[in-house]
Design a protein around this ligand. Structure first.
Ligand SMILES: C[S@@+](CC[C@H](N)C(=O)[O-])C[C@H]1O[C@@H](n2cnc3c(N)ncnc32)[C@H](O)[C@@H]1O
Length: 277
């Protein structure tokens, strides 16, 4: 790894060590980030369900998206928030499938894995996750002692080329320097055999990336150019599907007046990119 990436790694470790283990365990799975109602988390689970079962569960997928819009628009009880957890578990319980391997980069405290597990999807996945933060990995192992959660660095992933079916990431790339971004995209594409699911929170339809170093936190909060990110991925992949989350939600649900204020406020810079190798 280049010296500049070693230095950035030290900065990123500092950046993500400022939160207590307790905070790390909870803050990215509540409110708008709650994977039960977060549209990117839901689309990611649906992606894996489709890899495993094709389009058999299309109707349940549509119903879950509609339910998530309701959860995002109105106060909801814990029971309402967990309704699709129960429904997916019941739907998937009698099923068998050939498992696929998944590596999650920057998995946090098993933030999304918890819901792959509770929705009954994880048992079909040969899942492993890594994160730079030792506290996140300790939290993840505490919750899931049997799952391979390891400390690791996206700049140097300790896996062979094309050794994992699917690589997954949420909310990582905007926090890296532009050099780090390219190194990370190179690495996640290198180890993926069939594809990747990459979730972004700050991508825009602009010509160039806008770097924004947050010096006191020693990380970045960049605005990434969709054109540049997709060009970079196109060099390493066969095809990709770009989902603009707000655009997708407007297309499906604009006619439901009750979702108006959620749609107005939904972050327009959320993108999920499904990459086919
Ligand atoms: C915004 S959090 C997202 C966590 C999780 N993916 C989620 O969406 O809830 C960013 C995560 O990236 C991890 N991270 C930062 N730099 C990293 C690196 N170079 N390699 C691996 N993980 C890194 C941090 O420790 C942190 O857990």
């Amino acid at each position: 790894m280049k010296e500049s990436l070693h230095r950035e790694t030290d900065d990123l470790e500092f950046a993500w060590s400022s939160k207590t283990p307790e905070k790390l365990r909870n803050y990215l799975v509540s409110g708008i980030q709650d994977p039960r109602s977060n549209l990117q988390s839901i689309l990611t689970r649906h992606f894996f369900i489709r890899q495993l079962f094709g389009s058999q569960f299309e109707q349940l997928e549509r119903q879950e998206l509609l339910h998530a819009m309701k959860l995002n628009s109105d106060p909801a009880s814990e029971e309402q928030k967990s309704e699709f957890q129960r429904r997916w578990r019941a739907a998937l319980a009698p099923r068998t499938a050939q498992s696929v391997s998944v590596l999650e980069a920057a998995c946090g405290s098993a933030n999304d894995y918890r819901f792959l597990d509770s929705y009954g999807v994880a048992r079909f996945l040969d899942y492993s996750g890594f994160d730079l933060s030792a506290d996140n990995i300790a939290n993840a192992r505490d919750m899931f002692p049997a799952i391979a959660f390891q400390r690791g660095n996206v700049f140097e992933i300790p896996h062979q080329n094309e050794s994992i079916d699917f690589v997954l990431a949420f909310d990582l790339f905007e926090h890296l320097s532009l050099e780090g971004l390219e190194a990370a995209l190179e690495e996640v594409c290198r180890v993926a055999r069939r594809g990747l699911v990459l979730n972004f929170f700050n991508v825009d339809d602009i010509a160039e990336h806008v770097p924004n170093p947050v010096t006191e936190r020693r990380y970045h909060w960049n605005t990434l150019s969709l054109k540049k990110v997709t060009a970079s991925l196109a060099e390493r992949a066969r095809a990709m599907e770009v989902v603009h989350i707000r655009g997708m939600a407007l297309e499906k649900f604009q006619s439901h007046a009750v979702f108006g204020s959620f749609l107005d406020e939904l972050n327009p810079n959320l993108f999920t990119i499904f990459v086919r190798k």
